[in-house]
Structure formats: C-alpha cells, structure tokens
Design a protein around this ligand. Structure first.
Ligand code: TPW
Ligand code: MG
Length: 546
C-alpha cells in the first residue's frame, strides 16, 4: 500500500516530501527513504516547520506537496500551518502515521491518543477538504485517487491516515480520476451575464486574487485583461500576479491601508469583476463595506456570484475560457488605452551611518534585485510583510490573510527545496523566535537562503495598536551569533552602510545560509503598516463615531 500511495503522489505531480517521523509513521518513512530518488524527503526540526515548508512548496509549484508526520503529537503540532494552508488555498497533502488497525481493537489506550482514536481525524476534518483512512487495502486505491483529485481541484489541504500495520499490505495501483464534471450551459449563461455587465459598466475593473495563481491561470487572465482593456488591480494575497504581463495594472488594492489611487479605481467601479479573490478584511484593507455587492461579480471557490445571482458550480478556469471565447470577435482596445500605473518602488539606499528604517530595507533589497536577478521571497507576518509591498515584483509567498507568525523561515526552506533557487526570507524578531531554529536544517539539506531579520526588539505590530503595553517589548537576542552556531553566517547591522555591505557579502557567499540581523529602532514602521493600523483603529470605533 505504501508503494501505491507513493506512486500516486508522483503521478499527481508531487515533487517532494517534508517530514518528521515517529513510531506510528516509521514503517511508511522507510518506504519514503527507499523512494527518495524520485520523491526527495526533507526532514525538519519541528512539525510547524514541516507544515509551513510543504505549504510554501505547494504554492511554488501551483500543485500538491506533502507533509508527512506521526500520529497525535506530530500531526497535532501541525494543525496551525495546515489551517493556514486551508484558508489560503494551498494544496498540502498531509500524511499521518496511525496506530495499527489490529492494535486499535485491543481496548488499551495507545500513546499519543487524545480522546478517542479518531480525535485527530475529526480535528483534521475541519482544516482539510477531503480525508481518507487507509485501513482497508481494497478500498485504498479509490480513496487515494479521490482525495488527491480533491486536493488539486480545490487547491486545499487533504488528509491521509496510514495505519502502521497496513503499510505493507498488498494493494492495487491507484488510477487517477478524471476531472469532476460541470454543466457547460451554466458556465455559458454565467459568462454571458458577466460580459453583459462589463459592457454596460462605464468604469469596469478587474481585481485578481490568489486562486488565479493556485490554478495556474495567470497567462489566460492576463490575456483576458489585455483584451478587455480594463484596469487590473491585485489583492494583497494576489500581489505580484500578472506583473510580467502586458495587462494594464494599477497596483495592489488594500482598501484604506493601500494607496488612495488604487482604492479609488476599485471602489468607484460600477462593474468590478473579482477573479479568484478571497474576500477578507486584509485583502479589503478593512473597508469591505466600500465595495457595493450589487455592482460586483465574484468568481471564487468554484462558484460565481453576479450581483445577487449565484452560479454554484463554475470552475474558475472554465469561466475564464468562456469569457475569452466571448472576447474573440472583439477588437482588442487600442494599445495603452488604460496605461499601467504602478507605483515606483523605493531604490538607491544611501549607505551612511544613519539608523535603519523599514523603507531603507525595501530600497536595499530593490537595489540588490536590480544587480542580480530578483530572488523568490518568503515573508513572515509582521512589518516585514508590509515592507514587502514596497519591493519590486518577485515571486512572494506569505500568510497575507491567515496571518500566522512563524511562516517565513520554514517557507523559505520549502521554496529552496521546491525551486532549487536561493530564496530571500523576510522575518520579524518575534516570528524568528518561533521557527528561526529550522535554519539549523539547511546544511544537511543543502539550502543557503538569505534571511533578513527585522529586529525591532518588539512585537511592533501589536505595539502600534497598544502603544502603552509593556509586554510588547522583547529582549534583544544575538541572532547573528546564533546563525554561526546553526551552521550559517551572521551579520549584525545597525547602520545603512552596514546593511549595504552585509547584503553584498551575503550575496557573494552561497556556501551556507546568511542571516542579516537588522537593528530597527522601536516605533519605526513602514508607511503601509501605519495606514493599515490607522484603518483598523478607525473600523473598530463604536458605531456612529466613524
Ligand atoms: C502564531 C499575533 C501578530 S503580529 C505580532 C503578533 C504577536 C508581532 C510580530 O512580531 P515580529 O514583527 O515578528 O517581531 P514586528 O514587525 O511586528 O515587530 N501568534 C501567531 N500569529 C500571530 N499573528 C500572532 C500570534 C501577532
Ligand atoms: Mg519585531
């Protein structure tokens, strides 16, 4: 059965496995190691790291990656990363070892058991879109095929539990299932209505979100945008989408937290088409009420809403194809009718003895990316993520909606494994305290990311909400020295000149991971974070006082 599962993973486009074994998972791990030539296995230090790395790898591939753990203590350690993958639609396949079917019937409590033996399955039902317990080798192939199809089609995590005494049971190979069917007439009716609305509108606008990337639709959406000649904004989560295309981009829409020009374009539209957008307060910069639902069309979660009409089963790719067909007879609007109007990212760091502000870090990184090819970026939650909004477009993975801390470093490792490229990790000191240790696994796995720690000795984002609270002050940890102990190279920088020199040195040394510990004065925050916090404070005022 282990062989059938591993073959099926490869057939469904899985490129690697991240894991941390335990006794209930050891029999399956043995098979993973034997198959490492076609499915490399990367072990990390802690299960949250395993989950975040697999999530980032799945985002990178636009297809499934695997997080493999043991029952109970292992799998439950991974609940938060998988919850984040669920809410941000990242297709992670969770494989958990489990007590043997024959052990389970003995009536004894088994170690790692919570309440009942299926407590873990019930917890994972809430944070995965499909589940299978492979307790019957005859049913296993069909169950595996169904779950892996769900993972791809919904671009969400799935859960597979492998009882340890079934790992070596004889089992038929898994036959992949054809895509789920949908009703073409419904898709056509929907596309007709969307087109009619767009042509009636005097200010139609396209807002693109993260599903466009997850389902690999970027090229087709860019073509649609160019043909329709409508201004295109991306959401916070969808930032960077279409960046390389000829589509008329206006920037990242973040409601009150974003740039006012972008806000005006989106909020004043009388025909707003949202493709693959997660409707959330962070995407909408806490001003969701400014977008009028009657004038909007939303395609997400395999359904479409046009004003108050709902089409429940319309996959995003089918809708986009139908819209493209309807553009076919129409001449593309004159080139440049809607000019791209992206804000200009800061550049040209002044290498002097001044203290470092987050916007200096954006400028320094943009300078670096001008000299080299832009690196893929993994960002944690914190002001580092808001600072990333001032950077030149480059592939970015970040928990922009679920907003969990601890994502950045393990996500960078996941990107290293998935892309074979050297990533840049942006992380706050608080988040680094959570999962920064995973850098200790770089040497054995052959990874050498560049990590920039935004070290303001504080939970600064929280301080902006509660300036008086003392608990937001953190101690200064010697991250640069810790890096040496973990097998990397560390730089402690306090001035803009130091920062520039450290980035140049880090870039030149590809032999091990590089950690640049950047001292930022407490209270120095990016403009985007300042606007975001201002917007949230405004939104939380008692009703009637806005
Ligand atoms: C797993 C709540 C959101 S932002 C923040 C906290 C504690 C402070 C982040 O500090 P850091 O970055 O990393 O030093 P910065 O720029 O603000 O100084 N636990 C989890 N996730 C979240 N989001 C929190 C708590 C939080
Ligand atoms: Mg901090």
């Amino acid at each position: 059965m282990a062989r059938a599962l591993i073959d099926a993973l490869v057939d469904h486009g899985v490129h690697e496995v991240f894991g941390l074994p335990g006794d209930f998972a050891l029999p399956f791990f043995r098979h993973l190691e034997q198959n490492a030539d076609r499915l490399p296995l990367y072990t990390l230090a802690h299960e949250p790291g395993v989950g975040f790395a697999a999530d980032a790898a799945a985002r990178w591939h636009g297809g499934p990656s695997v997080a493999c753990v043991t029952y109970g203590a292992g799998a439950l350690n991974m609940v938060n990363p998988i919850a984040g993958a669920f809410s941000e639609k990242s297709p992670v396949v969770v494989i958990s070892g489990a007590p043997g079917v024959d052990e389970a019937g003995r009536g004894l409590l088994l170690h790692h058991q919570v309440r009942t033996l299926d407590s873990q399955l019930r917890i994972y039902r809430e944070i995965t879109c499909d589940q299978a317990v492979l307790d019957d080798p005859h049913r296993a192939p069909a169950e595996i095929a169904r779950v892996l199809r769900s993972c791809r089609e919904q671009s969400r995590p799935v859960y597979i539990e492998v009882p340890r005494d079934r790992v070596d049971a004889p089992c038929e190979p898994v036959v992949p299932l054809p895509p789920s069917s949908w009703e073409p007439a419904a898709v056509n009716a929907c596309a007709d209505e969307v087109m009619a609305r767009l042509f009636e509108a005097s200010r139609p606008v396209l807002l693109v979100g993260v599903e466009v990337r997850r389902f690999g639709l970027e090229g087709r959406v860019a073509e649609l945008a160019s043909r329709l000649g409508m201004p295109v904004a991306t959401t916070f989560m969808g930032r960077g989408l279409l960046a390389e295309s000829a589509a008329p981009l206006v920037g990242t829409y973040m409601g009150l937290a974003g740039r006012p020009e972008v806000r005006a374009v989106v909020e004043e539209s009388d025909g707003l088409l949202m493709l693959g957008v997660l409707m959330s307060d962070t995407n909408f910069g806490v001003s969701g009420e400014r977008v009028d639902p009657r004038a909007t069309m939303v395609a997400a979660d395999r359904g479409v809403r046009v004003g108050f009409h709902v089409y429940p089963d319309v996959p995003l790719d089918a809708l986009i194809d139908a819209l493209l067909e309807r553009c076919a007879g129409r001449a593309a609007p004159a080139e440049g009718r809607v000019a791209s109007a992206l804000p200009v990212p800061p550049r040209g760091l002044v290498a002097d003895a001044a203290a470092i502000h987050p916007r200096d870090i954006a400028a320094a990184l943009n300078d670096l990316f001008d000299e080299t090819e832009p690196m893929p970026v993994a960002s944690d939650m914190g002001d580092c993520l808001f600072t990333a909004m001032d950077m030149v477009h480059t592939p970015l993975v970040a928990p922009g909606y679920y907003a969990t801390m601890g994502f950045g470093v393990p996500a960078g490792l996941g990107i290293s494994a998935a892309s074979g490229r050297r990533p840049l990790v942006m992380v706050g000191d608080g988040a680094f305290q959570m999962t920064g240790w995973e850098l200790g696994t770089c040497a054995r796995n052959g990874w050498a990311p560049i990590v920039v720690v935004f070290n303001n000795a504080s939970w600064e984002m929280l301080r902006t909400f509660q300036p008086e609270a003392g608990y937001n002050d953190l101690d200064v940890w010697p991250f640069a020295r810790l890096a040496e102990g973990l097998g990397g190279r560390g730089y402690a920088v306090t001035t803009r000149a130091d920062l520039k020199a450290a980035l140049a040195a880090a870039r030149a040394d590809e032999s091990r991971f590089q950690l640049i510990d950047i001292a930022i004065p407490r209270g120095a925050i990016s403009d985007t974070l300042a606007r975001f916090v201002g917007a949230i404070k405004g939104a939380n005022r008692p009703p009637g006082t806005r």
